[in-house]
Design a protein around this ligand. Structure first.
Ligand code: HPA
Ligand code: ZN
Length: 345
């Protein structure tokens, strides 16, 4: 079995994927036409050529602008369903999706259109493919904490359908502490909380997310490697990091995947997971990210299976579902390495 075949069939969870970052160029053009939204590109090739970024802000400018093609519930349904179909084909058993309500409501899109579309697609995917999903609303960190609190209130009719809340967008200059009250309120209401930190920002933002915001997972978290005491603390807590190597490469956080801290942190005992972030913009779905790591670090099948196990350990799922998923990972590993081991004996 080749690494490609092993990764393709490896049961996994994806925990860091933005719905708005999964609009493939063909769907993007169809949605723009369907909604009469003027865009700068007319072909898929032109769009793909535009997906070159110098840093996070450069990407965010295009990403927020691209959200304009999402107008009606059907649009949110189509993009979510397309991602989940693709994830199912990548042996993703469970996914936790980020979406950014503020990027839509600020354009006059009713929050009900967003929620009906995304939730409807998640139900359909579960019924048709058996893939489970959860939803995490992300506050944009360049906006104020008051706006984040207003978003939380606006989502009140759907609180039962949400897993939790997160923090995304322009990191540098917008420290986690800016959202301390928002996170406290989310936690008090019983939500899971996560935050993007240490993607472009410093290790101190990772520490602040964990200690002040009391997040249950850190999204990216790369910069923690600059603080040895923090790395030890994250390992002690088994604090999950939802890492996205191809995203980091595209946004020039790293110059090559071999430079990515993922393997160092895995070896240090952290609960590292592999994810795609914004797959249509960054040119790779979750399996492409696993394979990029396999190649850059020469990961063994045991390493790859550990990353998959970590994804279920870090997922916000019932323990019963977690144990069943661990067993599926172990079965796949046994099937893949069994004949090799026998041959060696
Ligand atoms: N970082 C911050 N915000 C984001 C990202 C990211 O990688 N993707 C979508 N929103
Ligand atoms: Zn992200």
């Amino acid at each position: 079995m080749t690494p490609e075949q092993f990764v393709a069939g490896l049961p996994k969870a994806e925990l860091h994927m933005h719905v708005e970052g999964s609009i493939e160029p063909d769907l993007f053009l169809r949605l723009a036409r369907r909604n009469g939204v003027a865009i700068r590109w007319s072909t898929e090739e032109e769009l793909r050529a535009a997906y070159r970024f110098s840093d996070l802000q450069d990407f965010l400018d295009l990403y927020y602008d691209g959200c304009r093609v999402l107008v009606r519930a059907q649009d949110f349904h189509d993009v979510t369903r397309a991602y989940m179909r693709r994830a199912h084909a990548d042996s993703v058993l469970h996914c936790e999706l980020f979406f950014g309500p503020q990027g839509h409501t600020s354009r006059g899109v009713p929050i009900a259109a967003v929620m009906d579309g995304v939730l409807g697609a998640m139900e359909e995917a579960r019924a048709q493919d058996g893939i489970t999903g959860g939803l995490i609303a992300v506050a944009q960190r360049h906006r104020s904490e008051e706006e984040a609190l207003a978003m939380l209130d606006e989502l009140a009719p759907w609180h039962e359908r949400l897993l939790g809340f997160g923090l995304g967008g322009a990191e540098v200059g917008n420290p986690p502490a800016k959202f301390a009250r928002f996170f406290e309120r989310c936690r008090t209401l019983g939500f899971k909380v996560v935050a993007h930190a240490g993607e472009e920002g410093p290790a101190a933002y990772v520490r602040e997310s964990v200690e002040l915001l009391q997040v249950q997972r850190v999204d990216h978290g790369n910069a923690c490697v600059d603080d040895a005491a923090l790395v030890s603390e994250l390992a002690r807590r088994r604090m999950p990091l939802t890492m996205c190597p191809l995203s980091n490469l595209k946004l020039q956080v790293i110059d090559s995947v071999a430079e990515h801290p993922l393997k160092r942190l895995l070896d240090a005992g952290l609960c590292v997971t592999v994810n795609s972030d914004d797959p249509s913009y960054f040119g790779g779905y979750v399996n492409d990210n696993y394979l990029a790591c396999q190649q850059a670090f020469g990961l063994s099948r045991q390493d790859l299976a550990q990353l998959a196990r970590n994804s279920f350990e870090a997922a916000f799922i019932p323990q019963e579902q977690r144990l069943a998923a661990f067993a599926q990972v172990d079965d796949w590993l046994a099937r893949a390495v069994g004949p090799e081991l026998e041959a060696k004996e």
